[in-house]
Design a protein around this ligand. Structure first.
Ligand code: TK8
Length: 354
């Protein structure tokens, strides 16, 4: 009889254990290397969950976008260099919200680290509006030199008063217009066009100057808005357009290259300051190597994505003269940028990009 009860207990325990493993957690970190259920993120100030410090990362791009590869690299370096005393969980593809929610989560500490295009960051720290000056940067090399130099470091430093440790800038890329019905070649073609913008006053002002009707919509709602034709067009780098299939609900892509979008890499500042000096160095190293890798993949993917988009829709390649017409028409927005970001940071960036 005792033997039967013991056997029954063993069977019961194994069923319970199997059921526990098989249940899909509501939110599963991507490529986290374990199926650990998404737990409440550790509070800021480097709280330790048992022996391991967990860094909960969020980003808004799909897993086949270069920014995800960047965060995988971040995870690899942190976990290897810390010999497992720090672990990174990655939540991609807007699982924890869009750019604004990710920034807010990092400020509060319920997300440890994440990324946002720089445009939404300007709502948290207005000096970032300087990055929304149309046609500011001439090339990637110029972007990296400036953002990795004193000017970029000054912007990141400004985030600290907003509870965010700026770890660096990775790459969203040069932004291009797509439209549902108009083969845009000159600003006049934009008259009255409902162009989706990010929630950023300078982007809105820029498209108004071009004669469009700018409509700020969260990135997560963009595909549906285009599909349902509640808006006529949008603008994003080719890699992101392709990886989120936006081109499949558009008719034209135009290589306006009108603004370069960096991705701002941040961490909750109390969490960062709560780390040991050694672990801070590991996070800094992981961020640097992650950004280097991500930028190289993003540069490669831009051309590949453009070719893939060409297979589905017409890609209009503007001549320098055609692109310059857009540049000239957007020049007045510089006054709005100075009013919001401050003349000092604007002058620094204008001098650096001459
Ligand atoms: C993705 C966003 C996107 C941005 C936008 O999370 O909203 O258009 O360019 O890349 O960061």
């Amino acid at each position: 009889m005792k033997k039967c009860i013991a056997m029954l207990l063993v069977v019961l325990v194994s069923i319970t254990m199997f059921a526990g493993c098989a249940s899909k957690p509501a939110l599963e970190p991507s490529n986290s290397g374990d199926s650990q259920k998404a737990t409440e993120a550790p509070k800021a100030s480097g709280e330790k969950t048992g022996k391991t410090i967990t860094i909960k990362v969020a980003h808004g791009a799909p897993e086949d976008h270069s920014s995800h590869a960047g965060w995988i690299k971040f995870k690899e370096v942190v976990e290897a260099e810390s010999k497992g005393t720090m672990a990174v969980e990655i939540y991609p593809n807007q699982q924890l919200g869009g750019d604004r929610e990710i920034m807010e989560g990092c400020q509060l500490g319920n997300i440890t680290a994440g990324q946002s295009s720089s445009a939404p960051v300007a709502s948290f720290e207005p000096s970032f509006f300087v990055l929304d000056i149309p046609f500011l940067f001439k090339s990637r090399q110029q972007v990296y030199e400036i953002l990795d130099g004193e000017a970029g470091k000054a912007l990141l430093k400004n985030l600290e008063a907003k509870k965010l440790k700026g770890l660096g800038f990775s790459e969203n890329g040069f932004r291009n217009l797509t439209t549902s019905s108009v083969a845009v070649r000159k600003p006049e073609d934009l008259k009255g066009m409902k162009v989706r913008t990010m929630e950023n006053a300078i982007h809105i002002a820029t498209w108004k100057l071009l004669g469009a009707n700018p409509t700020p919509i969260a990135f997560g709602e963009l595909f549906t808005a285009l599909q349902q034709k509640t808006i006529d067009g949008q603008e994003n780098p080719f890699e992101l357009i392709y990886s989120t299939k936006l081109h499949e609900v558009q008719k034209y892509a135009i290589d306006t290259q009108h603004i370069y979008s960096p991705l701002v890499i941040v961490m909750n500042i109390d969490f960062y300051n709560g780390l040991s000096e050694e672990n801070k160095k590991i996070v800094d190293k992981a961020a640097k190597e992650s950004i280097e890798l991500q930028r190289s993949i993003a540069a490669e993917n831009e051309q590949k994505a453009k070719e893939k988009i060409k297979e589905k829709i017409e890609v209009i390649e503007l001549t320098d003269a055609e692109r310059d017409a857009f540049r000239q028409m957007t020049k007045p927005v510089i006054e709005d940028v100075k009013a919001k970001a401050g003349t000092e940071i604007v002058d620094i960036f204008l001098n650096a990009t001459k």
